[in-house]
Structure formats: structure tokens, C-alpha cells
Ligand binder design. Structure first.
Ligand SMILES: [Ca+2]
Length: 413
């Protein structure tokens, strides 16, 4: 393998400001070397992963994640004789954990029993039963390994446990009959009791005095039932304003775009589906924002990313999520929407008229209007054409007048 280098139309003659990484070209062009490179680099990846994990164990950072929960809410009775109770609205999660990752697929957040083969502490709340009598309960659950039913739990009402749940033997989210209880009118304690300590899942409960009613498993029918029984169907869709720019996703890239635009005077909405800022770099995940520095000693992520990292250096427990949050909060024309997942856009001809999102806690919808102001759109296009070659010619046509311009990486696959 040889490389021919051309700079501004002339043969490259050793300009110290232009650097070609021949090692990278050769390494990716030869499979055996790729294997060797991977073998040598693997321990570094493991060390980096352990370091990232260790950084997440700092008390302040873990506390940020531990506090993640949906608002406390009781059972809703939009239809007489039916009480809908979301698991994520329990007053006390015990050791259950909130998972909002799949709201767009299964319609709601749910609680997860993240125990390692040891039952975890129950989640508890209270429900106001409006009438005395027999109340039947249905639970929406997922048997995440139908052949073995590892994640099992039960509902307990007024101290009396119901049937074992999480063992439907079927794929996907299903309604399981949770039991029935003879109850007086008024408040009763309800508990979500883990049995196996193996990641049981619970979305919601439906209490009813209608012995014939069976909630639907079909996702669309279930969403319709949720809207009817909780009264969400009757609630108006919120319009949260107009913006010059709507940025979707608050990883380092989205944050850079939103903060830079706001600093230049644009009215910006930053929409993301987590409680903390930073994406994979956030206090939830902890991947460093090294970016280009990972593969090259002379490169690093600068600009707004570097600004956040410099802020982090002032205190040991100061997470990059906090740094990004402070930078965003300092801009009155930047509005951050936490825990909102964008599910679609509404078009006006070829123009995006509005962006639609769902709250990851309760699945409720809102719309934000994005006013188009003639911003240009930049696309990065990767085109691949498979060829077998013995030489690569690298040409640099311009450095935009910057004498310190560098080529950091050339990849041949
Ligand atoms: Ca739920």
C-alpha cells in the first residue's frame, strides 16, 4: 500500500502543518492488522469503560439518577367504576426503578424490579376506592422471557396479596388478572411486591367492579383505553410556543447547536427525553466527551464541549450534566424541555410547521410551533463505492487560509 499526497494541486513536500496518518490508512486496509490493532486496543477500551463507570459512582452524580421519578399521582376515575393507576405514579418506588425508554412503543413509562435474584423492596401508594364492594384488578405486565418467566411479582391491596404476575407466557405487554378484593369505601394501601428479583415489569393497573370487562392487549386499543379511563382524551393538546430553532436531542452535539444558536439571539427550544443533559456523556452514562482526542493525540473537542468540561473542573462531584444545565439556564431565550420524546412533525407543504412530542412520564402529548426563518440546512453525506486498490491519492484543495489546518484522519475500508 502506498499513498500519493497532493496539497493545493502540488505534490506534498513535508509541510509540518499538514499531517497524514499513514498508519490509519494501512491499518484499516489490511484485515490482519485490524485484528492486531483491536487486540492491542481492547485493554484500553476496558480501562476507559471502567473509568467511566467509576466516574458515575460519585455520590452527587448517582444521587441525580436515583432521584429520577414521575410525579406522584393517584388512581384516575374518568369512567365510573374504573380506576386507572400508573405504576410510575406510585408515591414510593421502594427499590423499583423508573424506565421511560419505551414510551413511544408501549404507550407509557413503567417500573422495573432491578434486583439480582433477590426480591427488592415493594413500591407503595394508596388508592381511594369510591364504593365498597368487590374490586377486580388487572395489571399490564411484560413476561420478558416467556419460556422461563424470570421476572415475577404481585399486587397487594390492604395487606392481602393477589395472584403471581409477570408469567403470561406470551411476548409483549399483556394484561394479566391480578386478583380481586372485598373492600370498604375509602383509602387502601396498594403495594407492588417483587417475588424473584429478576427485572419484573409493571406498567399500570386497572381496578374495576365490572366482572365482565377485560382490557385489550393490542397496543392501539390499549392506548385508546388509557385515554378513555384516565380522561387524557378530553385534555387539550398544549401549545408551548414558537421558536426559531427546535433542537431535538440534548447530547453534546444538540447542546452545542442549541447553546450556540441562543447565544446568537435565536429563540431556541431544546427537546430531549431524559431528566439530565448530555446524552451518552450525561451523569446517567458517563462517556467522556473526548471525541477526536480518542484517536489522535493532537485533537480534542473544543468550543462548547470544552467550556462544559472546564466548568466541571471546579468541583470533584460536579457532573457535566450540571455544567450543561448551567450554561443552558443562563440563556433566557433557550427553553429546555426535559423528559419529552419527539414522535413526529406536522408539515405545511415542504416546511416543518410544528414538532410533536410526548411526555415520557405519562404519554401525554403537546405541540411546539417552530417558525421557519430561512435557516439553511447542512447535510453530511457519506457515499461508499466498493473498490480494490493498491494506492490512495489524498488531495487537499484548500485550507481556508488557516496555516494550522490539519488532516487528522483518513479512513480506507
Ligand atoms: Ca405506566
Amino acid at each position: 500500500m502506498t499513498t500519493e499526497k497532493v496539497l493545493n494541486g502540488k505534490p506534498y513536500a513535508g509541510n509540518p502543518h499538514i499531517r497524514f496518518d499513514e498508519g490509519a490508512v494501512a491499518a484499516v486496509a489490511m484485515p490482519r492488522r485490524v485484528a492486531l490493532l483491536y487486540k492491542r486496543a481492547k485493554p484500553m477500551f476496558i480501562v476507559a469503560a471502567c473509568a467511566a463507570l467509576a466516574s458515575c459512582t460519585a455520590w452527587g452524580i448517582m444521587n441525580e439518577v436515583r432521584c429520577f421519578r414521575a410525579p406522584v399521582g393517584g388512581a384516575k376515575e374518568a369512567v365510573e367504576g374504573f380506576l386507572w393507576l400508573e405504576a410510575e405514579n406510585f408515591a414510593d418506588y421502594g427499590e423499583w426503578r423508573l424506565d421511560t425508554q419505551f414510551t413511544h412503543k408501549m404507550g407509557s413509562a413503567y417500573l422495573l424490579a432491578a434486583g439480582v435474584l433477590k426480591p427488592i423492596k415493594p413500591a407503595t401508594t394508596s388508592v381511594n376506592f369510591p364504593k365498597a364492594g368487590v374490586w377486580r384488578a388487572w395489571a399490564r405486565t411484560k413476561d420478558w422471557l416467556p419460556e422461563y418467566h424470570p421476572g415475577r411479582f404481585r399486587l397487594s391491596v390492604a395487606g392481602k396479596p393477589g395472584r403471581e404476575l409477570g408469567a403470561s407466557g406470551k411476548d409483549g405487554w399483556r394484561w394479566e388478572f391480578a386478583g380481586e378484593w372485598e373492600l370498604p369505601a375509602g383509602e387502601a394501601k396498594v403495594a407492588l411486591e417483587d417475588i424473584t428479583g429478576a427485572f419484573a415489569r409493571c406498567d399500570a393497573f386497572l381496578f374495576t367492579q365490572d366482572a365482565a370487562y377485560v382490557p385489550p392487549d393490542d397496543a392501539a386499543a390499549c392506548a385508546a383505553a388509557r385515554g378513555r379511563f384516565t380522561g387524557a382524551d378530553a385534555e387539550p393538546v398544549a401549545d408551548v410556543g414558537s421558536y426559531d430553532l427546535v433542537v431535538i436531542g440534548a447530547g453534546p452535539g444538540g447542546l452545542g447547536a442549541a447553546i450556540a444558536a441562543a447565544r446568537h439571539g435565536a429563540r431556541v427550544a431544546l427537546v430531549h427525553d431524559r431528566p439530565v443533559l448530555g446524552g451518552n456523556a450525561s451523569s446517567e452514562i458517563g462517556v467522556p466527551t473526548d471525541g477526536a482526542a480518542v484517536s489522535h493525540p493532537d485533537a480534542r473537542e473544543g468550543g462548547i464541549c470544552e467550556e462544559a468540561n472546564l466548568r466541571r473542573m471546579v468541583a470533584p462531584d460536579y457532573s457535566i450534566s450540571q455544567a450543561f444545565r448551567e450554561m443552558a439556564d443562563a440563556l433566557p431565550n433557550l427553553t429546555v424541555f426535559d423528559n419529552q420524546r419527539v414522535v413526529g412533525v406536522r408539515m405545511d407543504g415542504a416546511r416543518i410547521a410544528s414538532v410533536e412530542a410526548r411526555c415520557t412520564f405519562d404519554g401525554s402529548e403537546w405541540i411546539t410551533l417552530a417558525t421557519e426563518t430561512g435557516n439553511t440546512v447542512r447535510h453530511r453525506v457519506h457515499k461508499f463505492q466498493s473498490r480494490t486498490v493498491t494506492a490512495v491519492r489524498i488531495r487537499i484543495d484548500a485550507t481556508w487560509g488557516d496555516p494550522s489546518a490539519r488532516v487528522f484522519e483518513v479512513r480506507v475500508y
